[in-house]
Design a protein around this ligand. Structure first.
Ligand code: CU
Length: 100
């Protein structure tokens, strides 16, 4: 029995780094809710959860989007998953998808 537990622990220790490496792929997306869409000015107002990759706490704010066409998929009131990046000091939403 002791041997079995040891083997399981060892297996778990080897498995953990693999899980940790897989996390960042989906961690790049942040949960948010659309407050306002402004296609003309390529802006979107989002109430967002913590954005880990740019070290930002939860808040409601205006983002510039990389491309106005990504705003076609969303409208005010939608729950979304989005990706924000800091490009030369400007926060840009590069990807946004309705949350399922
Ligand atoms: Cu913010």
């Amino acid at each position: 029995m002791k041997k079995f537990i040891l083997a399981s622990l060892t297996a778990a220790m080897f498995a953990l780094p693999v899980l940790a490496q897989q996390a960042p792929a989906s961690a790049g997306l942040t949960d948010g809710e659309v407050k306002k869409v402004d296609k003309e000015n390529k802006k979107i107002t989002l109430k967002h959860a913590e954005i880990k990759n740019i070290d930002m706490p939860p808040m409601t704010m205006v983002f510039t989007v990389k491309d106005a066409t990504i705003l076609d998929k969303v409208q005010a009131g939608d729950k979304v998953r989005f990706k924000a990046e800091n490009v030369g000091g400007t926060l840009i939403v590069t990807e946004i998808n309705p949350a399922k």
